[in-house]
Ligand binder design. Structure first.
Ligand SMILES: [Zn+2]
Ligand SMILES: [Zn+2]
Ligand SMILES: [Zn+2]
Length: 145
């Protein structure tokens, strides 16, 4: 799968405008905050930051804008122990290993996970999307405790 080139704030605004969306100051602030965020993007954390910067922005506007960013291919969600979080699409290709005791989140590269994908594929040709759901369990420390 070719990795898409990373997009910046201006590219994303252009993408949304192409879809005929009115870029309100709220939406701009949300897009800017999302694009500034490194690593996992938690909608609730974005909503809190935006609320701090622009009091009165409805959290549902934040959630809708993030959903829209996924629709246009900028973001991709994964289900982690803590709920759904987003990645920029070009950073999404890894498998989450989440500890259900301490919440630690580790990542398996897609190359490391390839063996697992092949194993599953032997079972009736199923093509697994291992990036979508986290594998939950115990981290090394919690398992030893
Ligand atoms: Zn991740
Ligand atoms: Zn999902
Ligand atoms: Zn743990």
């Amino acid at each position: 799968m070719p990795t898409p080139a990373p997009l910046d704030y201006t590219d994303v605004l252009a993408l949304l405008r192409e879809r005929g969306l009115r870029m309100t100051p709220q939406r701009r602030a949300i897009v800017s905050e999302v694009m500034r965020t490194k690593g996992h993007i938690a909608p609730a954390a974005i909503a809190r930051t935006i609320e701090g910067e622009m009091p009165g922005v409805n959290p549902s506007t934040v959630y809708r804008t993030i959903a829209l960013l996924e629709e246009v291919g900028v973001l991709q969600h994964s289900h982690l122990e803590s709920g759904a979080e987003y990645h920029k699409t070009d950073e999404a290709q890894h498998v989450h290993l989440t500890c259900h005791r301490c919440g630690r989140d580790d990542a398996l590269s897609i190359d490391e996970a390839a063996k697992l994908g092949r194993l599953i594929h032997q079972h009736g040709g199923f093509v697994a999307d291992l990036t979508h759901f986290a594998i939950t369990g115990l981290c090394k420390d919690c398992a030893a405790a």
